[in-house]
Ligand binder design. Structure first.
Ligand SMILES: NC(=O)c1ccc[n+]([C@@H]2O[C@H](COP(=O)([O-])OP(=O)(O)OC[C@H]3O[C@@H](n4cnc5c(N)ncnc54)[C@H](OP(=O)(O)O)[C@@H]3O)[C@@H](O)[C@H]2O)c1
Length: 348
């Protein structure tokens, strides 16, 4: 069997470019369609796009013509990095036409029959897709900050039960897309507001760590308070989190559980999967975005400074790459997982 044809929605954007970078020479998937707005439609990709990746634009896409979502598309599997103003409608349109859409946008995340999927922590949530009425289906990623937080907290919630947590984020500028935050707003500065972000963390995390029961995802029953800040970092969101547990763990137990966290995904030979989903760092001043975030293909969640919290039980620092583990890489891992598990076989 040849490679599966895939398309990238929002191919010219920050997340779209990361999809194209990560899908180069992918063993399962081959890009056949690049989709963006009317502004880009009909142009060849290298002219439609202001390429901002550290690696060269892959030869394969340079002269591909950028398409509109409603013209003939070859692929049946789509990775979406669409602007949220249009993502909801376009993703629904493609799912109704029989495609699978793996999205990074907020629009469908809280639909009851759409999972916010991370194969390492909630693989059973894919089951709810069976309840979607369309011929195809939609799977989503959480917002980028919630992704690493969910991965770091999942094994702890399972073992000790989270009661409440407070998280403060320091989010990179690439999280705002391109051109994103004006340089005069962010250089030498911290912006203590990211529209809608705190609410997303507070609700999406509970769905992601929820349980799949009787065909539905039941939210986890803890409370979350999030503070979100934009900082002058290019890539990588750092988060400080204080957690109150139902059953009290020691610092050593938390370290051990996180350091040993491993799932079936690590044994499935999936190209995008990190060797270890969680990397515990012992140095007193790590993790740091500049030095750590690109390690392990940008797909690991780094956890450091695990220590006692005098107000709650445990506090720690979490770091992840917002456009890789927090967006494009996570969506590709979802597709690889579904492909290997046969969840795409009725579509492709
Ligand atoms: N950046 C991150 O770290 C990150 C992480 C997680 C999730 N997300 C989410 O991922 C999505 C994309 O984010 P981004 O940062 O990549 O944004 P971005 O750089 O602004 O890119 C947006 C993309 O959407 C396309 N688009 C805009 N209007 C369109 C329309 N009417 N029809 C078709 N395509 C249209 C743009 O195409 P043109 O170039 O033709 O305008 C562009 O390709 C957002 O929903 C965002 O919230 C982003």
């Amino acid at each position: 069997m040849g490679k599966v044809k895939v398309g990238v929605l929002g191919a010219t954007g920050t997340v779209g470019q990361k999809f194209i970078t990560l899908l180069k020479d992918h063993p399962f998937f081959d890009i056949t369609d690049l989709v963006a707005s009317e502004r880009s439609k009909g142009k060849i990709y290298k002219e439609a796009c202001s390429w901002k990746q550290e690696v060269d634009m892959p030869e394969q896409v340079k002269n591909m013509s950028v398409k509109s979502y409603d013209e003939h598309l070859e692929a049946k599997i789509f990775f979406s990095g669409l602007d949220a103003n249009v993502a909801g409608e376009i993703e629904t349109y493609l799912a109704e036409k029989g495609c699978v859409v793996i999205s990074n946008s907020k629009n469908h995340r809280m639909d009851v029959d759409v999972p916010i999927s991370i194969p390492e922590i909630n693989p059973e949530h894919f089951e709810v897709c069976k309840h979607q009425k369309s011929k195809g289906f939609i799977v989503t990623n959480s917002n980028c900050s919630t992704m690493f937080l969910a991965i770091a907290l999942a094994p702890l919630h399972k073992k000790f039960g989270i009661e409440k947590l407070i998280v403060s984020t320091m989010q990179a500028v690439s999280g705002a897309g391109y051109p994103g935050v004006p340089s005069l707003d962010i250089l030498g500065n911290v912006v203590p507001f990211i529209g809608g972000e705190e609410e997303k963390i507070q609700i999406e995390l509970k769905k992601m760590l929820g349980t799949y029961k009787d065909g539905k995802i039941v939210d986890a029953d803890f409370v979350v308070s999030a503070h979100c800040n934009r900082v002058a970092v290019i890539d990588g969101h750092t988060e400080t989190v204080s957690i109150l547990f139902k059953n009290k763990p020691t610092v050593e137990q938390v370290k051990e559980i996180l350091a040993n966290f491993k799932t079936e995904v690590q044994d499935m030979d999936l190209p995008m999967s990190p060797e270890k989903p969680i990397v515990v760092m012992e140095e007193e001043n790590r993790p740091q975005p500049r030095f750590d975030v690109l390690k392990h293909k940008g797909m690991a969640t780094f956890v450091g400074r695990i220590r006692k919290c005098p107000v709650f039980d445990i506090k720690m620092v979490v770091l992840g790459h917002n456009t890789i583990r927090g967006a494009a890489g996570a969506a590709i891992l979802n597709a690889e997982y579904m492909y290997k598990k046969g969840l795409l076989k009725d579509i492709i």
